[in-house]
Design a protein around this ligand. Structure first.
Ligand SMILES: [Zn+2]
Ligand SMILES: [Zn+2]
Length: 115
């Protein structure tokens, strides 16, 4: 089971919800941070290659391979900048800069659970 986190900036009005940890079986959710624009996102990888998975697909890529693919920032992409996001931990969130005002004033609150 994972948590739904609200990341709120104490200095401006920026806020976003992300899904952290756990997730349903045969999937992994990771957090990413853009070093260029400070955007934070979650990304879920599904292990459809696992034979124990009910949605098992024979030709699905292996989860190890999926996790190795660099995650590109979609915000930077719209400005035609190629930026590879860094994997972060939940405990890193409050040490990051706000993508809007660039201040280190982020506060995370657990607002729910998901599974
Ligand atoms: Zn970016
Ligand atoms: Zn802010």
């Amino acid at each position: 089971m994972g948590q739904i986190l609200e990341i709120k900036c104490q200095a401006c009005s920026a806020n976003q919800n992300i899904f952290e940890g756990g997730g349903w079986e045969f999937s992994i959710t990771k957090l990413y941070h853009c070093p260029s624009c400070y955007w934070i996102r979650d990304k879920t990888f599904k292990d459809d290659n696992n034979p124990f998975n009910a949605n098992h697909k024979k030709n699905a890529p292996k989860i190890e391979d999926l996790l190795r693919v660099p995650v590109e920032c979609e915000k930077c992409k719209t400005n035609k900048i190629k930026s590879i996001m860094n994997e972060i931990q939940e405990s890193d969130l409050e040490t990051l800069k706000c993508h809007q005002c660039k201040q280190k004033k982020l506060k995370t609150t657990i607002i729910g659970h998901w599974d």
